[in-house]
Design a protein around this ligand. Structure first.
Ligand code: MN
Length: 737
């Protein structure tokens, strides 16, 4: 359902609100960049609604707002947050995003899409795996931060989900997302996620605790005021500018305490803590801040007795996630123990917003925090070059596990293998048989050779073939002892003696027949015999499976063909070239709209998407009244449609009068015996298709090909692609530009 005018206005209001809350958007350019992301997202999601019935775009705007104001990130993260569901839920691809917003945004959006895919597959079963994955797959920490914001907004609006989903999502939240937020030092988000999670997983406990918190609020507030009063005075007397406030513990942490100590609500004595946050210049040194914490502590002990066993000094030794504060417990009025947390403004920012807050404070000195030291080092170094810009996050990698990497199977299961492992190691890790017959892999859905090094979070599918056998070269890139020993074992069934014998027989035969065949000819020879490697050819010869007489005839024939330019291998190449013959006119469709007719010159085909007859197309009218024909799903056109909607017209193909259109197709596959031959043969046999450029490349076992073709329409092309996919070894065929 399309958006109503009221809804559009409402959405613009939310967007303005986002921009106002985004303190890190400073320049016009920043704002324009975010606006562009908003417009794309708004357009892409315009027909979608959330479960609650609201326009979908409300969700990405809300996520972006959390990213901007609650985590404090900048324009790239805000734009990525706005776009975070575009690739997953609409027709736009990562490539579209890259073209419009650059590679960084594209990779963040891709990371976010990937997390969702894996989550949908298996997360409820494998929460631990998912958590590991989040920690390791994200080269860019912003992916995790935006994912947390996404989850937070989904949790805030979980009411509109069906109940069985609420419980699943809520338990994932407390098991996976809240610990993750804690690890990144995002305490405010962690706390809210935990509370919301409890609300849906254990509503009775949640409601009861909330009710009791409310009932006791008046008394508690009075107690806190009384408690703070003398503290306020002593801080003022000593010229310490600070905020002092009472902080109620979260519902979740109260509940945890009741569970752990098996006590009722009334016996939880530390329902709240007092927080003292002192002000200071942005460039305060860590030493100075620490000193100030201790000074405040000693002032407090002039007012209240402290508990010597309950001092938590996270200033001297910060938590691994960067948390710094000095916690002490003192005896308050009515004989109650009260916890006081002392922090600098900077420490507080970091505690609330996590490491992202470090950007504000350029002290130039080393932090004592070992967990964060290298991270902060990195940041500071970049900061000194970029004048406080947030670009340092681009190179910021979260590499927490160093010895092991986590690899995902296509089903989303996790397998831990040593760092530095390659595809072949992973294959042998699955099963010896898988290793022995591995030919290549798909790593994150892209073709990859057996030698490729794997990284944590990669999703790997091993491609096997019965014809494949372990190769001696594999030992060069197999890293694990297991894979190495298996390869050696398989190679031991050694054929080398027979191979040598066969090679000698072949050479003798050459001399006998007085032939001049080179290594390429051997290949042609064995292809005719359907033998996949030279060694196999010699082996079959040497071991007597292949008779000498069988090859004598073939060798003589090959020599003849070599001397004859019309030999069997050159024939199809010739056929493949040349101009289109004259095909007959064909009616494709006709509608009462603009009609693309090649006789009229005022149509021209867009070069960005290269439409051909049969593609769904629309026209864009230029100021000179030419109609540019774009494919309906062309991203460039979508850009135009958002800014110049009135210039877009509906058009249909009428006929193409024998015209041929150039397109490119890209082929990926395994370098299989006879693959190139079969592809070229297919093209030459297709009457309506002509090729003017063929380019094939192999990298290890991986084969890629680019072919430029003249086709008459989409049906010819689709038909060709379909047939091409039937060829053994071809894995993927796509239309390129
Ligand atoms: Mn989302």
């Amino acid at each position: 359902m399309a958006l109503t005018a009221e809804e559009q206005t409402y959405i613009e209001g939310l967007y303005d609100d986002l921009i106002k809350s985004a303190k890190r958007l400073k320049t016009e350019e920043d704002i324009a960049f975010v606006r562009k992301a908003f417009e794309l997202a708004n357009e892409a999601h315009s027909k979608m609604r959330r479960k609650s019935g609201e326009p979908y775009i409300i969700h990405p705007i809300a996520v972006a707002k959390i990213v901007a104001s609650e985590i404090g990130l900048g324009r790239k993260a805000i734009a990525s947050a706005l776009l975070h569901d575009v690739v997953e839920d609409t027709d736009y691809t990562v490539a579209d995003i890259e073209r419009m917003f650059g590679p960084k945004i594209a990779s963040i959006v891709e990371g976010l899409t990937k997390i969702s895919t894996i989550l949908d597959q298996d997360a409820s079963k494998q929460i631990e795996n998912f958590r590991k994955m989040l920690m390791t797959m994200s080269e860019d920490i912003r992916v995790i931060m935006i994912k947390l914001a996404d989850r937070l907004h989904n949790m805030r609006t979980l009411d509109s989900m069906p109940e069985y989903k609420q419980v699943k999502i809520a338990s994932e939240t407390s098991n996976v997302y809240a610990p993750l937020a804690e690890r990144l030092g995002l305490y405010a988000i962690k706390t809210e996620l935990e509370d919301l999670s409890l609300k849906f997983t254990n509503p009775i406990a949640y409601n009861e605790i909330t009710k009791k918190i409310n009932e006791t609020q008046i008394n508690r507030d009075k107690y806190i005021d009384d408690f703070i009063l003398p503290l306020r005075k002593i801080m003022d007397d000593n010229g310490i500018e600070c905020t002092i406030k009472g902080r109620l513990k979260s519902v979740y942490s109260i509940w945890r305490k009741m569970q752990k100590q098996n006590i009722p609500f009334e016996e939880v004595y530390d329902l709240f803590a007092i927080r003292i946050i002192f002000d200071h210049p942005d460039d305060i040194t860590d030493d100075k801040a620490r000193e100030e914490c201790y000074r405040i502590m000693s002032l407090i002990t002039n007012v209240y007795e402290y508990h010597p066993g309950r001092i938590r000094d996270w200033v001297k030794k910060p938590k691994p996630n960067g948390y710094e504060a000095l916690h002490i417990t003192v005896m308050g009025p009515q004989g109650r123990w009260v916890e006081i947390q002392i922090r600098s403004r900077k420490m507080d920012d970091i505690a609330e917003k996590g490491i992202a807050s470090h950007w504000k404070y350029k002290t130039g000195e080393k932090s004592n925090n070992p967990g964060l030291n290298s991270m902060i080092e990195n940041m500071k170094e970049t900061l000194s070059n970029t004048d406080g810009s947030f670009d340092f996050l681009d190179d910021f990698k979260l590499d927490i596990f160093t010895k092991e990497i986590h690899i995902f199977t296509p089903k989303g299961e996790i397998i831990d293998i040593p760092k530095g492992s390659t595809v072949i190691d992973f294959a042998y890790n699955i099963h010896t048989d898988v290793g022995n017959h591995a030919i290549a892999a798909k790593v994150n859905h892209k073709m990859a050779p057996l030698s490729q090094t794997l990284y944590s979070g990669d999703q790997v599918e091993i491609l096997t073939s019965r014809k494949q056998n372990p190769k001696i070269e594999w030992l060069n890139f197999a890293m694990s002892a297991h894979a190495k020993s298996q390869i050696k074992k398989a190679l031991k069934a050694d054929k080398s003696a027979d191979i040598d014998k066969g090679r000698r027989m072949y050479e003798k035969k050459q001399k006998e027949l007085n032939l001049n065949l080179d290594s390429k000819d051997i290949r042609h020879l064995r292809e005719k015999l359907d033998i996949s490697t030279d060694d196999e050819f010699f082996y079959q010869l040497g071991s007597g499976q292949l008779k000498e007489n069988d090859i004598t005839e073939l060798m003589t024939m090959l020599e003849k063909e070599k001397n004859n330019k019309e030999g069997f291998l050159t024939k199809f190449w010739k056929l493949g070239f040349g101009k289109s013959s004259s095909p007959k006119n064909e009616k494709i469709s006709h509608k009462n709209t603009f009609v693309i007719n090649d006789a009229e010159k005022r149509f021209s085909l867009a070069t960005c998407c290269n439409p051909i007859p049969g593609d769904e197309v629309v026209g864009y009218i230029t100021p000179t009244n030419t109609v540019i024909v774009h494919k309906k799903d062309c991203p460039e056109l979508k850009g135009l449609a958002t800014t110049h909607g009135e210039k877009i017209v509906t058009i249909e193909w009428e006929s193409y009068k024998g015209q041929s259109y150039e397109v490119q197709i890209n082929i990926e596959g395994i370098d299989h015996l006879g693959l190139v031959y079969n592809i070229t043969k297919l093209i030459s046999q297709e009457a309506n298709v002509n090729s003017n450029m063929l380019h094939f490349e192999t990298n290890g076992e991986i084969f890629t090909g680019k072919i430029r073709l003249f086709v008459q329409n989409k049906y010819n092309l689709d038909n060709l692609i379909h047939q091409m996919l039937e060829i053994e070894g071809v894995i993927k065929v796509s239309r390129g530009e």
